[in-house]
Design a protein around this ligand. Sequence first.
Ligand code: XMP
Length: 315
Amino acid sequence: MFNAEKFITETIADLKTKIHGKALIAFSGGVDSTVCAALVHRAIGKDLIAVHVDTGYMRKDESKFVVQIMKDMGLNTRFVDASEEYYQALADIEDPEKKRKIIGEKFIHIFERVAKEENITTLVQGTIAPDWIESGGALRDTIKSHHNVGGLPEKMHLTLVEPLRDLYKDEVRKVARTLNVPVAERQPFPGPGLAIRIIGAATKERAEIVREACDIVEREIEHAVEKNQMEMPWQYFAVLIPIKTVGVHGDKRAYGYTIAIRSVQSIDAMTAAYSDIPHDVLDRISTKITNTMGAKVNRIVYDVTNKPPGTVEWE
Ligand code: XMP
């Protein structure tokens, strides 16, 4: 039986002997990086530099929220707004794998810069057991290149420390609860962010549309769960399909994008089943998105694909 308190005590003691000098952690605000930062912070305090990057593909108000968490945790915080840089780099890129690669490389450059400025020698990563078990299995990475700043340690010549390496998600959540870390129950959010929820070129305009649409899907589904209208999904979000169709907005012809609603149930994201969303909830989401977006979006569809044959994210 996993004992969170024992794990915390032993890990902090171990980190104190392992880390010499300053360490960097890429802080996404997800459960793994947050728990990891909390542990390392207890071991080395201000020598841990937590870096959060706004890629421009974050959820609505996400970076503000994440930076606040970092400050509340007392972390030595660095915030990098790289959104314009990312929009430029991805403006003409349509291929999903190329998009993922560019996003990963940009992360590396940003962290490299911070590591040099701060004289950092250690990189802390929130890798958990399924991450390396699945990479070893090869299947998943041939489907799409998942990345959580993968490749960083080799390219940056930093010593890698992975305190959560032997833990499974439910154990990480137990550690989060024991440490009183604020984000223990959030839905997963992919490293490349909203860029892989925009099919084709992830332009700034499209990012702003899908960000708003994701926010509406999240709020409406959470509201429906609160009212016991449906089960809490594993993940629920919007996808922008860059196909324009003809519609009517006011009395005028509109020619706008299509938004797909994606919501799935899953245990471990290796397989997934699309959620059973009640019709009136779909209806509210559809109306809210089209009302909010004006003429930019005039068609909403619901993705009824399981994994396999689909995947959770569309790219
Ligand atoms: P797929 O789309 O492969 O997603 O069915 C399975 C789970 O992984 C998340 N996902 C990622 N997470 N970096 C991540 O940290 C990534 O590059 C990435 N791509 C997908 C996805 O949201 C789902 O939970």
